[in-house]
Design a protein around this ligand. Structure first.
Ligand code: SF4
Ligand code: SF4
Length: 170
């Protein structure tokens, strides 16, 4: 299992690929939905074979998931608190009116990169980085941004580039 790229190294690599990735994503927009999903899902599976999120936790350190009311209820149960206490202590509304964690790194991230509420974590945490989702067309914009946050997404995008290069040369 490989260690994740350091945030600094990821940032350098993502910066160096930014223009190329923008062009790539324009091409990806034109692919059929099934073709696009297949490209992402295969690359996602291969990248997660290499990485353990425990060597990284960059998402938990730098961005907040959107937190639904169901998430609040689940977290409250796990922490044996009232939902209103979870909201008051840990959450704030972002500019879109969604609940997010008030601070980063996430208050539930432990020093060994484990999540203190892993079994009850928000749905968006379970689904991040979303590169195995159906209908990738709908989240291409956020996926391009995630190249700069998540080493797996960076790797997925590099794999897709290689795959497209090899299929166009055949
Ligand atoms: S999902 Fe990505 S950013 Fe988050 S811990 Fe795993 S590899 Fe790191
Ligand atoms: S709740 Fe857990 S998985 Fe979600 S951001 Fe916090 S530490 Fe990470």
């Amino acid at each position: 299992m490989e260690s994740a790229l350091s945030p600094r190294r990821l940032n350098e690599l993502a910066n160096s690929q930014r223009a190329e990735n923008k062009q790539l994503f324009k091409k990806l927009k034109r692919l059929k939905p099934d073709t696009l999903d297949k490209l992402f899902h295969e690359a996602h599976g291969k990248e997660f074979e290499k990485f353990s999120c425990l060597t990284c936790a960059n998402c938990c350190k730098t961005i907040s998931p959107i937190i639904t009311f169901h998430d609040v209820e689940r977290m409250a149960k796990a922490l044996r608190q009232k939902p209103s206490v979870i909201v008051d202590e840990y959450l704030e509304l972002d500019s879109d009116g969604d609940f997010v964690f008030r601070v980063a790194p996430c208050p539930f991230l432990q020093p060994d990169n484990r999540c203190m509420i892993y079994g009850s974590r928000p749905k968006a945490c379970r689904e991040y980085p979303h590169t195995d989702r159906k209908r990738m067309h709908g989240i291409l914009g956020i996926t391009l941004k995630n190249v700069e946050i998540c080493p797996v997404v960076y790797g997925v995008v590099e794999r897709i580039k290689a795959e497209l290069r090899s299929s166009s040369s055949n």
